[in-house]
Design a protein around this ligand. Sequence first.
Ligand SMILES: Cc1cc2nc3c(=O)[nH]c(=O)nc-3n(C[C@H](O)[C@H](O)[C@H](O)COP(=O)(O)OP(=O)(O)OC[C@H]3O[C@@H](n4cnc5c(N)ncnc54)[C@H](O)[C@@H]3O)c2cc1C
Length: 473
Amino acid sequence: MTPLRVTIIGAGISGLSCAHRLLELSQEKQAPLELTILDASPKVGGNLSTLEQDGFLMEEGPDCFITEKPAALNLIKRLDMEWQLMRTNHELKQSFILKGNNLYPIPEGFYLMAPSKLGPLMTTPLLSVWGKLRAALEPWVPIRRDPQDESVGAFVRRRLGKNVLEALAQPLLGGVYNADPDDLSLNAAMPRFKEMELKYGSLIKAMVARRLNSQAQVSGARYSLFMTLQKGMQSLTDALLYKIPVRSLQLESPVSSIRFEKEWTIRSNGRDQQADALVLALQPAKMIPLLSPLDKEWEKLLSGIPAHDSATLNLGFRREDIGHPLDGFGFVVPAREKKLVLGCTFSSQKFLGRAPLGMVLMRAFLGADSVRKIKEEGEQAVIDEVLAELQPILKLKGEPVTRHLAVYHQAMSYFRPGHLSQASRLEQKASEQKGLYLAGNGLKGVGIPDCIAVGEAVAEKIFRDFKAESANV
Ligand SMILES: Cc1cc2nc3c(=O)[nH]c(=O)nc-3n(C[C@H](O)[C@H](O)[C@H](O)COP(=O)(O)OP(=O)(O)OC[C@H]3O[C@@H](n4cnc5c(N)ncnc54)[C@H](O)[C@@H]3O)c2cc1C
């Protein structure tokens, strides 16, 4: 039997989970597979990158994943890594929002953009009196039945008011999507909240029902909402790497062009290689140079799924050099505070064992303004400014004992209003081109479980398509 030749461009979590599922299917179906994975970088994992430095376990990219979407947990179980799963520190329950130089707890029961308890919302110093009254009127706000997408910002403003958007929802969503809520699609990024409005006529009523329902279910829950792996998120991509035959992997192999004439020809490092099926497991902006020479519509569609630059700054401190009690997982910063720091995770509080005894690991999340500043003024200027911002907030009394800055260029897609129709047009266009498949964080979701689900679905589609084709020969 002639092996099916599949080439994957991109060895991040999307490309590797696609490769792993292809290998599983090839074994299950006894179907020979010739797999090639090309990545521009000298190491696999893409955004997933963990390092040990001076006794601290630092995450450059993602530090955890959500368990509500099952694909990551399922993969971890299939890789026999369940024993490495780690919950968030159950002794800490809260995170904070910055106002001035003070940290205030996120009102209890407030989830991303809506409250499940009115009491804490009515007493939080994060909202004005008018903002609280406006939010309390939410159950009487009329339902918007127009199926046309709207921005998350417009939705929160309409239902709960401008104050809730600016003081609570914007910083919380910014921490997840690194995007302006007014440029974020409700239907693509937060469809559940739209469903709540349609089903209950009110986010508050829906969130209360959800809380009561989850209270009934939560006792003895095996997994926390967010989980990580003991040795960091990179252990997931490392485990996938061990499943892939060494001959399949080509690192430091940036793909410069692709073309199709009966089969795919992929050019990298001045060398051509052929494939029957080609998977692009990349952020859409990085697909543009490869796909736009095939047909100009690609560029128009792909450039509609943008990504901002971002950076993370890991900082190790002596515990006694931080005056704040660090009694939470970290804090987020509203855009109106005009800071470089968009959020800061108390990493060694959130996940135990990330810092040596007597030390604390923090991670500041920085956005496109910081990356621009790094280019113009250098890393040290940004590190100094971040430390100056953190000093009065965390009552810093000394310098960090270690630090590590990681910069990400256009790594995390965000979905603009109208994204769903754009993504389905992209999928349709890919399906019109024989043997072409799209994966990555630009289609269905940016989280690790979304990337895994898309990568695995692509692997299954490849086997279905080529089985159908061989049946037709
Ligand atoms: C700072 C940060 C924090 C995050 N935190 C979280 C989190 O806590 N939880 C969560 O669930 N998600 C988080 N995310 C999102 C998540 O990490 C990403 O959506 C996910 O890792 C994307 O994986 P990917 O494989 O699609 O792409 P990538 O990881 O970007 O991998 C793509 C790969 O393609 C390679 N490549 C690019 N162009 C070419 C080319 N022309 N030829 C060959 N190779 C090429 C790159 O070198 C890279 O290795 C975070 C993202 C960032 C940036």
